[in-house]
Design a protein around this ligand. Structure first.
Ligand code: HEM
Length: 407
């Protein structure tokens, strides 16, 4: 690596990057839009920061998700020795497995089916606000933005939402793991505990099927060749983790952006019909998923003047693409009235977020109800004291203390 490259990779994994990645992304887009960088694990990756390259890579099936497709096996079963059950799901699968795995749960996540959850999501939102309304203050994450999506996904799946603190711990360990050898022991332990939990839960549901997603998936697995037992655990774990790590940050990063831009907060309060474009602007301006998940080049591919070699690892910086000045005018400006619809916060191509309709609806109800019921919202800590989670993939705060008054 050249000296300039070493500086940039240090910058990407620094505390100041966690706090505010956008100046570093801007410099990369201008100076080094596809650059090779060392991850904290010691492995090299290509970091892709412009919108055009990001979109191209996400749509190009030569950038694969399942790295075992780069390896040769004598027996097909040997492939499994190389992946944990957390990787045996659609997000880490290539065609044709991807189509089969996504197809099994797709019906439960269409905008029409999700819209039917509106009354229940509203009820959960109101219950959560009932519990804190009198206090005049809350930690928006623990008291509101975190429990809401968890309760919803647990009810959809049919797993007990009372166990959410355990899910949070397991899921945080996996998401925040940097691949650093020091992390490995904890990751292994939490993966084992999570797997045991899923095994026990599936066994319970097998004896007592209900009208939930886990029961439907067990049925598909029992029918034979549509879903293996490992894939059954894989998809449940993926949905639990996706439900824990993402929408919480859409709501909290969005509320933080509104608090930092009082004119926009006022505009939304005055005209609640702006809620849908506001949610899209939350996603563009400070999206919950900083980098896409892993991709590997299945052949040597030239892109943006760089030769990405067969087997190279690639990470697409979604939050950088969403601030690309060649696509969005004045991209660092937070403007809930702009057309943000081109953002890549939910990815692109075959792995486009399955949960997008659910995340959008939860955020719409959560933020809409918050503004309806509470006023005079203020940060209850100096902004520079807010702590951003150290994850490479997720962009979200540890806590968001706020004060308010009842409307
Ligand atoms: C995939 C973002 C909420 C389920 C993805 C991807 C992104 C993303 C960027 C693609 C990753 C890649 O290509 O490497 C988000 C954001 C969310 C959100 C920003 C909230 C604001 C959810 C929710 C669920 C969910 C609530 C379900 C409970 C999934 C699944 C995939 C996925 C299953 C894999 C799709 C596939 O591989 O075909 N999400 N997500 N997501 N998301 Fe989400």
């Amino acid at each position: 690596m050249t000296e300039k490259q070493e500086k940039s990779s240090e910058a990407i994994f620094s505390k100041s990057f966690d706090r505010n990645p956008y100046p570093i992304f801007k410099r990369l887009r201008q100076e080094d839009p596809i650059r090779k960088t060392m991850l904290p694990s010691g492995h090299y990756t290509w970091i892709v920061t412009t919108y055009k390259d990001a979109e191209t890579i996400l749509k190009d099936k030569r950038f694969i998700k399942d790295y075992t497709n780069l390896m040769e096996f004598e027996k097909e079963e040997d492939r499994y020795a190389h992946t944990s059950i957390f990787a045996r799901n659609m997000l880490f699968a290539d065609l044709p497995d991807h189509r089969r795995l996504r197809g099994l749960v797709q019906q439960a996540f269409t905008p029409k089916v999700i819209e039917e959850l509106r009354p229940r999501i509203q009820e959960i939102t109101d219950d959560l606000l009932d519990q804190v309304e009198q206090n005049g203050k809350m930690n928006l994450i623990d008291d509101f933005a975190f429990p809401l999506p968890i309760i919803v996904i647990c009810e959809m799946l049919g797993v007990p939402s009372e166990d959410r603190d355990q899910f949070r711990m397991w899921s945080n360990t996996l998401i925040e793991s940097t691949g650093d050898p020091e992390d490995t022991e904890k990751v292994m332990l939490h993966m084992q505990q999570f797997t045991q939990y899923l095994t026990d839960w599936v066994a319970t549901r097998r004896h007592e099927p209900k009208e939930d997603l886990v029961s439907k998936l067990i049925h598909a697995e029992e029918e034979g060749d549509r879903l293996s037992e490992q894939e059954l655990y894989g998809v449940i774990a993926l949905l639990i983790m996706a439900g824990h790590e993402t929408t919480v940050n859409l709501i909290s990063n969005g509320v933080l952006a509104l608090l930092n831009h009082p004119d926009q907060l006022e505009a939304l309060r005055k005209d609640p019909s702006l809620i849908k474009p506001a949610i899209e602007e939350f996603l563009r301006f400070d999206g919950p998923v900083e980098f896409s998940t892993d991709r590997w080049a299945i052949e040597t591919i030239e892109i943006g003047g760089q030769m990405i070699q067969k087997g190279d690892h690639v990470l697409v910086a979604l939050n950088s693409a969403n601030r690309d000045e060649s696509v969005f005018n004045d991209p660092d400006l937070f403007d809930i009235t702009r057309d943000s619809s081109k953002h890549l916060a939910f990815g692109k191509g075959i792995h486009f977020c399955l949960g997008a309709p659910l995340a959008r609806l939860e955020a719409e109800i959560a933020v809409g109800t918050l503004l309806n019921r509470l006023t005079n919202l203020k940060l209850n800590v100096e902004e520079h004291k807010l702590i951003w989670r150290p994850s490479l993939i997720i962009r979200g705060l540890e806590e968001l203390p706020i004060t308010f008054e009842k409307v």
